[in-house]
Design a protein around this ligand. Sequence first.
Ligand code: AMP
Ligand code: GLY
Length: 433
Amino acid sequence: MPELRKSSVIIVGSGGREHALGWKLGQSRRVREVLFAPGNGGTGKNLEIKPSQIDRLVSFAKLHPESLTVVGSEEPLSLGIVDAFAKEGLRIFGPSAKASLIETSKAFAKQFMNDAGIPTANFAIYSDAEKAKDFVARQKTEVVIKADGLAAGKGVIVCSSVSEATDAIDRIMVRKDFGPAGDKVVIEEKLIGEELSFIALCDGKTILALASSQDHKRVFDGDRGPNTGGMGAYSPSPSLDEKLEDKIMERVMRPAVDRMRASGREFSGFLYAGIMLDQKTGEPYVLEFNARMGDPECQPIMMRMDSDFFEYLEAAVEGRLDCMDPIAWKSQYAVCVVMTARGYPGNYESEKGKVIRGLDSDFGPDIMVFHAGTARDSSGRIVTNGGRVLGVTALGADARRAISNAYSAVEKISWGNNDQQYRRDIGKRAVSS
Ligand code: AMP
Ligand code: GLY
């Protein structure tokens, strides 16, 4: 038998998504070791290199020329990490800076969707605050105000009145709460309906859909309070049947990938469409594109994947996804409950450094505790180190069982004076629908 070609994998990032990607890739018979740059308290082999230190990442990867690098978040993509690796002939999975514009500029993305005929909410783009306010005052429907650039998931303000929309424009364009990301705003018609995350692997031409998922963006139970990076997620989404999947592929993913290629922005990487199903018609509309995997959607998706993920990422990097079989999935449900620091998504600085108890509990085989904002202190103990701290992820034969498995594990974990916070209703939508 020929000897198996083995690779190192370098995961760029430090969140729960990156822990889950590394955990899954580490199970591949093709993977020698998984390294994280910089990783977190749960990820083991960590490099002291930040995702923004692209030159250092390139230098490290050159020492392991057979390695495959996988990028977690949008920041290094927007800084051109993929372009820098490609220039050196190094293998990396993700879109170029030019292609990641589909996420990093909302104005670009909306214009792109319009040109490609992809269904999305009506919109207008302004770079002058007064003109933006005039426009809002003339609207008959409620609006959503979005900072054009990257704002760590916080630059979208869903408004219920003209005065809220005017305040949002002031925050983004006048007070510059999100810095230069607010030089332009996108004003969108507010849609109402169920949301789902449709994420696919792309190699520039071929699109291979991953399992469907839904996340919970608001901080409090019942979808109340401010938007966060995501308080939990589950997979599969009961809203997505085969017919809807075909429709999303045909009306959203196919035109997006074809038009990116035709316009010189060939898209290779995770393409994530945030979809809203219009309450009245059930038709899918794209709220946003992301040029990366979702966090926390990644955690349940990785738990459910049966195939060797490395083989797929390598095929994508080599432009041969068309030769791969569909990815195999467990029939079980997976639910991820995110445990956060007190104060998140506001200020949680004073919450850092608390020792996390219960991580060595006997959770059983269906549970994975993915780390996000954690670190090791000088005594080797795992302590809190961020807003989203852990993503407790469970499999179960159905949604109800996956939820109860996840919460049984969550209840074994605590820190400080029971300072951990989490939503109590993750996955409930999957049970009632
Ligand atoms: P985005 O980052 O653009 O996906 O927006 C974040 C969240 O804001 C979405 O997940 C939705 O919950 C909400 N949102 C964005 N655009 C709209 C819209 N046009 N109508 C209603 N809600 C929206
Ligand atoms: N969970 C939403 C995102 O990753 O953008």
